[in-house]
Design a protein around this ligand. Structure first.
Ligand code: ATP
Ligand code: MG
Length: 334
């Protein structure tokens, strides 16, 4: 049976990339199959998080899930740390995954920077925890942005090795990454070579879901571009990463294609295109932002949804971990 799972880290302000690459996609899936979406707080602390801020960010992400259209009566929405089996299964997977596999992970290389000896051990084993998040629920599909492709491959490797090592073919399903849509990799507004990220220190690099209209207009106006007008064809965007990114954002926000955007704006300068893009972004995000504000003003509704989701998630997670303990051969009271 199909089971869909994904998560977002409680590591900072949600942005347009998270919205287009993840949130918006989840909403489309909630009627198709059981959907599990969690707030990845265990993942967030792989880099330093101020404890009070972490709690607020956890609620903010839950608010964003609901505000973008997820129904807590359909989707199971929960904080990762409220289901202790994530960490428990991750330990077993730490003993299945090979150092060589983790050494290849590009996200660790990017996030640890020049001084990898100063990175947390958790940042290194992050993809192993991610495998546990997914396989704990025996998820078959994982909707994510392009940046998570490599981690999903590692999850499949871990599932396959576990199944083989313990002689249980098919015990863990090999989950499919679902990387679809016009905006699977939204780039930074300041650097066409870097992904838009919560953890980017520059607030100018991203449009936050909590930005007001003035902030969005100002950020789009200052977004980095080249001096040429927009090309007359989509191919003309090749080698122009900043222009390509803004066109992709416009396409995703208007549910159209890059070709349609070029058909309308090709030949025009950014002086004309940027205000149109800003207006579209404000229009698309305003209802989500307003609903997030309403939810966060009194977190009782969010907390109820998270508590309920955690209970539903635990019920499934307990079964998997009990099975895994038996498979691995851990002692159990007779
Ligand atoms: P951090 O910088 O802390 O890693 P992030 O912005 O990368 O934060 P995550 O919580 O790591 O966000 O990712 C949540 C989801 O959003 C994942 O599915 C990820 O692939 C997707 N995502 C993140 N950034 C982008 C982006 N720029 N474009 C499209 N999807 C994205
Ligand atoms: Mg990330």
């Amino acid at each position: 049976p199909r089971r869909i799972l994904s998560g977002i880290q409680a590591s900072g302000a949600l942005h347009l990339g998270n919205y287009l690459g993840a949130l918006k996609r989840f909403v489309a899936l909630q009627d198709e199959a059981p959907l599990f979406v969690f707030v990845a707080d265990l993942h967030a602390i792989t880099v330093w998080q101020d404890p009070a801020v972490l709690t607020a960010q956890t609620r903010e992400i839950a608010a964003a899930y609901i505000a973008s259209g997820l129904d807590p009566d359909k989707a199971v929405i929960f904080p990762q740390s409220a289901v202790p089996q994530h960490a428990e299964l991750a330990w077993v997977f730490n003993c299945v995954a090979r150092l060589g596999w983790l050494d290849r992970m590009t996200q660790f290389k990017e996030k640890s920077g020049k001084h990898k000896e100063r990175a947390s051990v958790g940042l290194y084993t992050y993809p192993v925890l991610q495998a546990a998040d997914i396989l704990l629920y025996k998820a078959t599909e994982v909707p994510v942005g392009e940046d998570q492709k490599q981690h999903l491959e590692l999850t499949r490797d871990i599932a396959a090795k576990f199944n083989t090592d313990f002689g249980r073919p098919g015990y863990f399903p090999l989950p499919e990454p679902v990387i679809q849509g016009p905006a699977t990799r939204v780039m930074s507004l300041r650097d066409g070579a870097a992904k838009m990220s919560k953890s980017d220190p520059s607030d100018q690099s991203r449009i936050n879901l909590t930005d007001d209209a003035d902030a969005i207009v100002a950020k789009v106006r200052k977004a980095k571009t080249d001096p040429e007008p927009l090309p007359e064809t989509v191919e003309g965007l090749d080698g122009r990463p900043e222009a390509k990114n803004l066109v992709a954002i416009y396409a995703a926000l208007s549910d159209s294609t890059a070709a349609e955007v070029i058909a309308r704006f090709g030949g025009q300068g950014f002086g004309a295109f940027k205000p149109a893009l800003a207006e579209l972004a404000v229009e698309a995000l305003a209802p989500v932002t307003a609903e997030m504000r309403r939810l966060m003003a009194d977190p009782a509704e969010i907390d109820r949804a998270l508590a309920k989701g955690a209970e539903q998630a635990r019920a499934i997670a307990e079964v998997t971990v009990a099975e895994v303990k038996d498979i691995v051969g851990f002692w159990r009271a007779p």
